[in-house]
Each structure stands twice: as structure tokens, then as C-alpha cells.
Design a protein around this ligand. Structure first.
Ligand code: PHE
Length: 477
């Protein structure tokens, strides 16, 4: 029989496509189609980059301020250790076993474990949470960038409390400015995501993470040496005061633990898919958690001494960073320089997190469509930007669009994603990994962690899911 050159070519192509498809569905591959981190250290930089963000520098201090300082910090640390770290391990493990976007990783892992494909809901819910978080994240990050400009130009030097509040209200009340800065920040995020894992994400964290730690150390020293209220700040952070603590504080502490470790939405799972084999997951997760918690506590050590030294309110809420701090820096020697450093630090931290909020959805689009990385990143980023307009306008044109309990679009995005979707995603991840994932898969990933395995398994099977559930119930009743 005569086989034409064309037929032969078509056959070769079909075989390659089949192989490629099978490759994508295969488990425990050594590489992901999206690229890989070049070393374990780069994975730590990337994951810590995701974890360290507005959650540590903006959200943690104001939540601690509103919820009684020390008790909140204690509850938060408890949630990190007992719930956060086990789920962090689970997410890295699932990602590295699946080597794909969270949605597709969950599909192949469920199949290999004879569990229902419905477990891919973890990936879908996560992508939704990612869009919701990015919607308000991009807005706040935009403010931080705008404040770099304000600080450099000396706008806050010697500023009084009323003027600082007015300047913040004027700024957030101007839809053009808020949307403009949000757009700039999202454009940066999309550009990095479009360049891919190696040339985009890794290149960014390789330089920004060391810079971030250096700036933070400089600021802690500044706060310790110049405020004269460093000890008052430490006392506030570490001495429990049970009066201000309520069951609502508990759910805030748990939501914050998920948010700050980037858990429950697949960001870490997506990053885990690019982690090289052969290094300990438990050790890596512990390093990430320590770095993240360290940054949160250090931010508190920068902010509260400044607040107390200038006789300001620690319970100022979300405005703590944008109203209270500028007043404090405005009164301090070197405030212009160190205030600028502070908001540069916040912007760096935000960008290394926002790229991880986008990654699960971008990876899925790359796997599912023919768009490719660059167009995929633009498409996903545009959706997040559009949703973000709702959050950006919550402070001006849309201030009246509120629910019955007074929550605006921004508040709803923040509350639903952090206090509901992330913990829910976390419970599902813990149940799947603890109870359903096949033993082969588990052993293949935790080969380097035999010693910690029993403790991790106990926490993941019982403590983490029950802990989240109890906090949910306590809050509802
Ligand atoms: N962990 C980031 C922060 O603390 C926010 C984040 C949440 C990033 C979820 C990715 C996923 O700012």
C-alpha cells in the first residue's frame, strides 16, 4: 500500500498530539508545561512573595489594632500553626503532584485517587476567589503606589490629622485617580504574568524579595531608634487584652491566617506545580510561614511605635496605613525618606502577591485554549481589572451602592473572599488531601518528610477542617 508523504506527516502529528495530551494528564511529571522555578530557593521566594503582601503590612496591623492587639495576634498565630501550615503543605503537595493549573491538577488527582471529578470545584472556587481578591487588592495597591509619589514630593511633611484625613478622602473620592492607579498596578501585574514563569514571575521575585526584607529591616530600626515608643508597640502587639476580643475577632483572625498565607484559592497550588522535585515540602512550607509571620509582626513593630509616638489611634481601621501613618511620618525626622521607603515596600509586596492571584486562572487558560501565555494573561487580567472597577468606585461614585448592613462592593468582595471562600476552600483541600488522595501520591510527594508525616496527617485530617468548621459555627451563632 502506498502511503503518501502527507499521510505520514498527519500520522506523526496525531501521535505527537496524543502523547502530549497524555503527558498533560499524567501525574508526578518532573516538569510543568508552564516552566519551573530554577531552584528550591526561588520557589521559597515566589511563595513567600505571594504570602507577604498587603495582608501583612496593611491588613494585619489594622486588624490587630481593631481587635485588641495581643489577643488577636495570639489567635492569629494559633490559626497559622494549626490550620495554616498543614494546608500550606497540602497545597504545595497537590500542585507538585498535579503539575498543572489547580482546576486541572484536581481533576487528574481526583481521577488517580478514584475520587469524584467534582473535586475540581476547589480549583473553580479558587479562581473565583482570586478574581474577587484581586478586585480590591489592585485598588489598595494602587493607593500605595500613589502614596509613594505623595511621600517623595513631600506632601505629607508636617501634616496635621485633619489635613491627612482630608487628603485621603479627596484622593479616594476621585474616581479618575483611584481607577488610574488601579489600572497602572494591574497593567504591571499583567505584564509580569504575560512574560511567564521564568522571565516574568521568577525574575520579579528574585530581585524584589531581598529588597523587601532589606527595606523592612531598615524601617524596624528606624522605628526602634527614633520613636521612643518601641516598647509600647511591642506591648500592644504581644500583651493579650481580652476586652476587645469577640467571636467576630476569631473569624477575622482565621480569615487573616488564610489570606496572609495565600491559602484556600489555589495560588500556592499553582506555584507548587513549578516546584522542583526532591526537596522537603514540610521544611519549605515552614520556612514560608515563618517569613510571612515575621513580616507581619515586623510591620506591626514599624507601625505601632510610630502611631503611639504621635498620640494617634491604633484602632483606625483600613485607614491606619493611609491616614495615620502619613501623619506620623509627617512629624518624624527623616519622615519623608522613610515614609517613601515604607510605601515602596508596600508596593513591592503587593506586586509579588498579585501575580500569584492571577496565576491559577492564567495557567488554566494556557492549558485549555490556544491563546498562549501573553494573550491569556491579558484576558484574565482584564476580567480582574473590570471587577476591580466595582471596588475602585466603592469610595466615590458607588459609595451609595450598599447592602442592608452598609457593606459596599469593596467590603463584600473582601468579606466573602477572605472569611468565606478561602476557609471553605481550605476545608475542602484538607479533606481531599487528608482523606482521599491516594497513598502512592502522598508518599511520592512526602518522601523527604517521613518524620513529620504523622503530625501533618493528624492536623490535616482532624484539626484543620474541624478548626475552620468550629470558627464558622461560632460566628454564625
Ligand atoms: N497573601 C497575600 C497578602 O497577604 C494575599 C493573597 C491572598 C495572595 C491569596 C494570593 C492569594 O497580601
Amino acid at each position: 500500500m502506498y502511503v503518501g508523504m502527507d499521510d505520514l506527516w498527519i500520522q506523526v502529528k496525531m501521535v505527537t498530539i496524543k502523547l502530549r495530551k497524555r503527558g498533560r494528564g499524567m501525574l508526578n511529571q518532573s516538569e510543568s508545561m508552564h516552566g519551573m522555578w530554577s531552584s528550591r530557593l526561588m520557589f521559597i521566594f515566589a511563595a513567600a512573595g505571594s504570602a507577604v503582601g498587603l495582608g501583612n503590612i496593611w491588613r494585619f496591623p489594622y486588624l490587630a489594632g481593631e481587635n485588641g492587639g495581643g489577643v488577636f495576634v495570639l489567635a492569629y498565630l494559633g490559626c497559622i500553626a494549626l490550620i495554616g501550615i498543614p494546608i500550606l503543605v497540602a497545597e504545595i503537595l497537590l500542585g507538585r503532584a498535579g503539575r498543572q493549573s489547580p482546576i486541572n491538577a484536581m481533576l487528574v488527582l481526583a481521577k488517580a485517587s478514584n475520587a469524584s471529578p467534582a473535586w475540581s470545584i476547589i480549583g473553580w472556587m479558587g479562581a473565583l476567589a482570586g478574581f474577587m481578591i484581586l478586585s480590591f487588592y489592585g485598588v489598595i495597591a494602587g493607593w500605595a503606589m500613589a502614596y509613594v509619589a505623595d511621600m517623595v514630593s513631600g506632601n505629607f511633611v508636617g501634616i496635621e490629622a485633619d489635613a491627612a484625613a482630608k487628603s485621603f478622602d479627596d484622593f479616594t473620592g476621585d474616581p479618575l485617580k483611584v481607577v488610574g492607579w488601579q489600572t497602572a498596578f494591574m497593567a504591571l501585574t499583567i505584564t509580569i504574568a504575560a512574560r511567564g514563569v521564568g522571565r516574568g514571575l521568577e525574575m520579579t521575585v528574585r530581585y524584589l524579595m531581598p529588597a523587601l526584607f532589606l527595606l523592612l529591616v531598615v524601617l524596624v530600626l528606624y522605628s526602634a531608634l527614633t520613636t521612643g515608643h518601641f516598647v509600647a508597640g511591642l506591648t500592644f502587639l504581644f500583651q493579650p487584652n481580652f476586652d476587645d476580643f469577640s467571636s467576630n475577632s476569631l473569624i477575622m483572625a482565621m480569615g487573616q491566617a488564610f489570606f496572609t498565607l495565600s491559602l484556600g484559592m489555589g495560588a500556592i497550588m499553582a506555584y507548587g506545580a513549578y516546584m522542583p522535585k526532591g526537596s522537603s515540602i514540610v521544611g519549605t512550607a515552614a520556612t514560608i510561614a515563618v517569613l510571612d509571620t515575621g513580616v507581619a509582626l515586623m510591620s506591626g513593630m514599624v507601625i505601632f511605635p510610630l502611631v503611639f509616638a504621635n498620640g494617634l489611634e491604633s484602632s483606625a481601621g483600613p485607614g491606619l496605613m493611609f491616614i495615620t501613618l502619613p501623619i506620623a511620618f509627617g512629624q518624624m525626622i527623616g519622615g519623608q525618606i522613610f515614609g517613601t521607603i515604607f510605601f515602596v515596600l508596600v508596593s513591592f509586596a503587593a506586586i509579588t502577591s498579585s501575580i500569584s492571584l492571577l496565576e491559577p486562572a492564567v495557567a488554566w487558560v494556557v492549558e485549555k485554549t490556544r491563546l498562549g501565555r501573553a494573550r491569556g494573561a491579558v484576558l484574565v487580567g482584564l476580567i480582574a481589572w473590570l471587577l476591580g472597577l466595582g471596588s475602585a468606585l466603592s469610595f466615590n461614585l458607588g459609595a451609595e451602592w450598599t447592602l442592608t448592613n452598609g457593606m459596599n462592593f469593596f467590603d463584600v468582595m473582601d468579606y466573602v473572599s477572605n472569611n468565606i471562600l478561602l476557609p471553605l476552600g481550605g476545608i475542602l483541600i484538607a479533606i481531599f488531601t487528608g482523606w482521599l488522595l491516594s497513598e502512592d501520591q502522598l508518599q511520592a510527594q512526602l518522601a523527604e518528610d517521613q518524620g513529620a508525616l504523622p503530625v501533618w496527617r493528624f492536623l490535616t485530617r482532624f484539626i484543620a477542617p474541624l478548626g475552620v468548621l468550629i470558627v464558622f459555627l461560632v460566628t454564625i451563632f
